[in-house]
Design a protein around this ligand. Sequence first.
Ligand code: DHB
Ligand code: FE
Length: 283
Amino acid sequence: MAKIVGGIVTSHVPAIGRAIAGGLQEDPYWKPFFDGFPAVQKWLDEVKPDVVLMIYNDHGLNFFLDKMPTFSVGAAPSYDNADEGWGIPTLPSFPGDQDLSWHLIEELVGKEFDLTTCQEMQVDHAFTLPMKLLWPNAGESWPVRTVPVCINTVQHPLPTARRCFKLGQAIGEAVRSWDSDARVVIIGSGGLSHQLDGERAGFINKAFDLQFMDSLIKDPAWATKYSVDELVELTGTQGIELLMWIAARAALGSVDQVKHLHSNYHIPISNTAAGLMVFENLD
Ligand code: DHB
Ligand code: FE
């Protein structure tokens, strides 16, 4: 059966793509952010995953307000990104893993998650930037196959934190029951606190972010006690992207199954609290 080697949760901001393209990793503004990543790249070199299952939120590239699935899973042979208007360079195609995609879809639908299955899917900065941050030297060919899983954070009503936690648990069970010897890493891309528009534009809640990061180590279901509205109040209109972290962490299993390896937190990057955590699975 397939093995989950661990998980990575990270914030995303389009400006990261511009910073990478401009070689700004040592720039004083960017250094505290990029300095979080070499330890993760080294860990990936050691655990050598074959597949990335990326839980992220699309921002209007693949889904728009006219059709907005709550949960969707990619089942394409490959995934491309496209110009979203941020001026960041597009990246080489990401190979899919259709075998895992369809196994995941079968298992999740069997567990009563109503999904949208996408046999064509464009992936936006929330998917592409973690890939580039984690494999900066990938060049034209990525060393991993990918399965994108999207959670709606754009068009309300959004799924609750509790529902995303359960989705994550079901994803973990599905990956572990996949008849394959593949090594899978789960990535959650989104958050932490940020608000891009309205009266609270620029809002960041460091105290909550740090408590939330700590909860993923000690009590991963902690944030599920909050409603979506409460999480928006606490973290900002886009801070709700932390649902990706909740789902990804839930996929890894209980506190006994998981070892916390690494964290970084830096504010702000663009308008966002930039957090990064790595967990290794012990089983
Ligand atoms: C920013 C953050 C996001 O999560 C996003 O999707 C776009 C922009 C920002 O802080 O600039
Ligand atoms: Fe975002």
